[in-house]
Design a protein around this ligand. Sequence first.
Ligand SMILES: [Zn+2]
Length: 247
Amino acid sequence: MLADSHCHLNEFKNVAEQVKKAANVGVVQIVSNSVDLESMQENLRIAKSFKEVQCALGLHPSNVLQMGNKEIEYALAFIEKNAAKCIAIGETGLDFRHAETELQRAKQRESFTKQIELAKELDKPVIVHSRMARAECVKLLAKHNVEKVLMHWFIANDKLLQKVIDLKYFISIGPSVLFNGHICRFLEKVPIENLLLETDAPVSYNGKRAEPFWIKSVAEKVASVLQISLKEVEKHTSKNFSKLFES
Ligand SMILES: [Zn+2]
């Protein structure tokens, strides 16, 4: 049994086809993440239609920059209202590549902090995007004593990785492991108890648009890098998935 712990099914034209293709290779749990109000509404509909799909509701740090304060407040209230229908808050976090000015970064921090507080209040895990702001994201999460965290598409130096391990956060490894030796070497340092798999589909890797069924290839690659069987990868990652999302 495999799970895609982070993708964006609402960005596919034919969601049913994606769910079927994934199920055909054993991917039976998919977490479809949101980035704004529209994608939250779409993901709620998708999660209702497919038993394999659960949705995460949240505001992406890059999208937050295009939103007014009223719009953000409305979206946060929407998350709270629909909390019972979602499995997590996400994707949220900080993205300093898209926020170059201090004003923009402050706006992202404010929205991230509000979503962290909401997740704690609702007792939901947080799915975190941390591009060019990894240490700061971890610091903010730790400061708020958040316990259930998935650091998505994450890579870190030894010191930050150790902090994430000590905090018992989960780290999701995606298709970049198929193309990038640097990610393989990072993966070797991640304890299997902290590991989850993701595609971030439909993001493109090496010019090819990812789909949730790629999880099978990601799992095979993880097995080969860690020199364990595919069964072991499936066993641990599905146990971790339940621990994060279903406890
Ligand atoms: Zn994403």
